[in-house]
Design a protein around this ligand. Structure first.
Ligand SMILES: Nc1nc2c(ncn2[C@@H]2O[C@H](COP(=O)(O)OP(=O)(O)OP(=O)(O)O)[C@@H](O)[C@H]2O)c(=O)[nH]1
Ligand SMILES: [Zn+2]
Length: 393
């Protein structure tokens, strides 16, 4: 986490890359002329304490990117999105510090009220065209990502582009295998589970063997995200910016991605990726019931009677009577089913491909339940007895 930008430390930290920090001057005229709507991508940078998030930010800012990037350093992500928006609408005190870097980039340090800071940021949007958001090392990026989703529904001008998770080569495995009380999923694992891109950083500190072990563990948790090994978080910017990981328009690229989800060996990780393909078209209502039981009611159990907990969900789905391929996206309890630009060919066999990342997932059960959403006549066999209530995490 970067310290507040007005400290001497911060100036020293930035001295190398951004020699002069100039306090922001807002130009009223400019702000008033900003009626045009250009959607601004936001990339969430997460990762456990000390993994190399700030190093990555500094690197991105100083690389030749030809963009005006706004950086937000936040301490939200703890607590739910709903709680946060409530506290904001009640007009809570806001702490933020703004500084404009010489290359046109902005830096903002935010305590707590993240959404409000981003709203303020939006008013200055003529001044930048990309947002990078560093979460704290213990944040659940799902909460932060959900916030942007909710916000997008409300007509916001920002969209979630992707989640980058930085993992420390030396301590990553330890963090990922750390047991939390009550069988809760630890933060490091959640961060990996939600990542669209995983940077295994500080590879200079470990042997090839250790690195392979860590990579295999990460792969078994998240079969969907891309993995890169880095030193000093150095990575070609095309790997981390403009991923469009949540766009509904990228049906084709999603299809490609889904085809390459590896069936990783089970390494006794609490979080795993499961994927399957089912022929035919699902009824939209049935699919919604299935997804809602899984994400909202959380009443779908595995063979051992443990409730399934989905952290991330992606799918390319065929819905009955819809000519377009549909994209299904989910983070924790939020999900979205939207048309892609790609239409099914008239004579093509339709099918749906789904990927779930989460805890206690059982592929056979999920597949069977999805199948019953596909087969119209069959009763949905989702809900177990009312007394079987799964604890929320
Ligand atoms: N040896 C080594 N050290 C690195 C590498 N990348 C970053 N570091 C160092 O690791 C320390 C932590 O890096 P940060 O970028 O501050 O990590 P962070 O994830 O932002 O940390 P928090 O915000 O405190 O959670 C710093 O001292 C970095 O210089 C690397 O590839 N190799
Ligand atoms: Zn940091």
């Amino acid at each position: 986490m970067l310290p507040a930008m007005n400290t001497v430390e911060a100036e020293e930290e930035y001295a190398e890359d951004c020699p002069e920090l100039v306090p922001i001057e807002t130009n009223k005229q400019e702000e008033e002329n900003l009626d045009f709507i250009v959607k601004i991508p936001v990339t969430i940078i997460t990762g456990y304490l000390g993994a190399g998030k700030t190093t990555l930010l500094n690197y991105i800012l100083t690389e030749q990117h030809n963009r005006k990037i706004a950086v937000i350093l936040n301490e939200f992500g703890e607590g739910s999105a709903v709680e946060k928006s409530l506290s904001i609408s009640q007009g809570g005190e806001l702490y933020e510090e703004w500084l404009e870097l010489r290359n046109g980039c902005l830096c903002c340090s935010v305590k707590d009220n993240g959404l409000r800071a981003i709203e303020n940021l939006m008013q200055k949007k003529g001044k930048f065209d990309y947002i990078l958001l560093e979460t704290t090392g213990l944040a659940d990026p799902g909460a932060v990502a959900s916030m942007f989703w909710v916000d997008a529904e409300l007509g916001s001008d920002i969209y979630l582009d992707g989640i980058i998770t930085v993992v420390d080569s030396k301590y990553g495995l330890k963090h990922l295998t750390e047991e939390k009380p009550d069988g809760l999923v630890n933060e490091a694992t959640r961060q990996v589970a939600l990542a669209d891109m995983i940077l295994i950083n500080k590879t200079d500190l470990v042997s090839e063997e250790e690195l392979n072990k860590l990579a295999a563990t990460i792969r078994s948790i998240n079969g969907l995200g891309k993995i890169l090994e880095t030193q000093r978080s150095r990575v070609h910017l095309s790997n981390i910016l403009d991923l469009h990981a949540y766009d509904t328009l990228t049906g084709i690229s999603l299809q490609k991605k889904l085809q390459h989800v590896p069936t990783a060996p089970h390494l006794d990780q609490s979080i795993v990726t499961v994927t399957f393909e089912v022929p035919g078209s699902a009824k939209e209502e049935s699919l919604n019931v299935f997804i809602q039981n899984l994400l909202w009611e959380k009443n779908i159990q595995n063979k051992d009677g443990h409730c399934m907990e989905v952290i991330r969900l992606k799918g390319l789905v065929s819905i009955k009577d819809k000519p377009q391929q549909m994209i299904l996206q989910g983070i924790h309890e939020l999900y979205e089913l939207e048309e892609s630009l790609v239409s099914w060919k008239d004579d093509a066999e339709r099918s749906s491909q789904l990927v779930f990342i989460g805890k206690n997932l059982d592929k056979d059960i999920l597949k069977e339940l999805f199948l019953s959403a596909v087969v119209e006549t069959e009763e949905l066999r989702t809900a177990p007895g009312k007394d079987q209530v799964c604890p929320s995490h």
